[in-house]
Design a protein around this ligand. Sequence first.
Ligand SMILES: [Zn+2]
Ligand SMILES: [Zn+2]
Length: 338
Amino acid sequence: MLKIKNKKLIKKYNDNQLKFNLVKDEKGSIFSGLYLVMIISVILIAILMLNLSIGYNDINKNELNTKTFNYILNDYKSNIPDLSYKVLENLSNKVVKSGAPLTNSKETIKEEIGKSMMKKNKEYYKNSGIKIESKVIYVGDGKDPFHINIKTVINAFKDNMRYNDQITSEISIENLKDPLPAIKCSKYPNFSYNETNYNYGDSLSKFLESKNQSGNQYYINGSSPAIIKRCVYEPYTQHGEGISMKNCLNNGYYHESRDGSCYFHRLEGVEQCLDYGMETFILPNPKLNQSELKATSSPDHVIFGYSYPGESLLINSYSGTKTLIFLDNAHRKKYGFS
Ligand SMILES: [Zn+2]
Ligand SMILES: [Zn+2]
């Protein structure tokens, strides 16, 4: 192709030479003729270079062999967990901001990952000419409550090359926002949050009051974690030793729990579900430091879901200052306080 084009160019050049001679003959001006030659040469070089670069692109596209094809698709696959996490992050941020629960979180996640993949597929087509079709076929529980499982089917085509695969990804939900407190309390007064914590102001006390919970006033200015982090103190009975519990509360850790809700149900504002879920502690007013106070037990599913009372448990700290949470007997046992 280059050769043919070059022939054309040479012909063009010769034609122009002819014109140059004519100009020279008619006007007798060698200088204006030289300028003409220079301008033409520059144009010719530009055209030649343009042709060359187009030629290289063609060669590159034709050279996309099976090896490169597979390499590009492996790269595509390796992006799926990241892409899914970003979708979850956006969704949970949106729910926290609006306080409005999702009606079917698994379906919404499926749809949103689908949309995000479609965008990616267009990018890949633009850059490599590979046509990718992908579909999320499953969104469900992961290996533990801190993971969710996503299955995707991928089909890809380019010339006579074909690719088909089903990918299973375990996506960690750690460091995502916990939307449940926002859904439950954002409609009550003085509810606020920052990057790490929910600060309830009067909202949680009002919420508990609406559930006829005695001791609800102890939760004025209470707080709880805004971000899901897995507790490092395992087995959980370690919480009863030394200052483990204080560290756990300071870090806002979450724990595996049969009673606490899973991440899908948290997005839907459901505080207890049949899935294997999580629980964290909701701290009452930080000024409380008395023993034998009674109020709703502090695990979040007891506050937001089926409520029952607990007695104040003073928590040891490194500096010797006392903080407390309310804890019923079953949870005392789980965390090593009995
Ligand atoms: Zn813990
Ligand atoms: Zn659930």
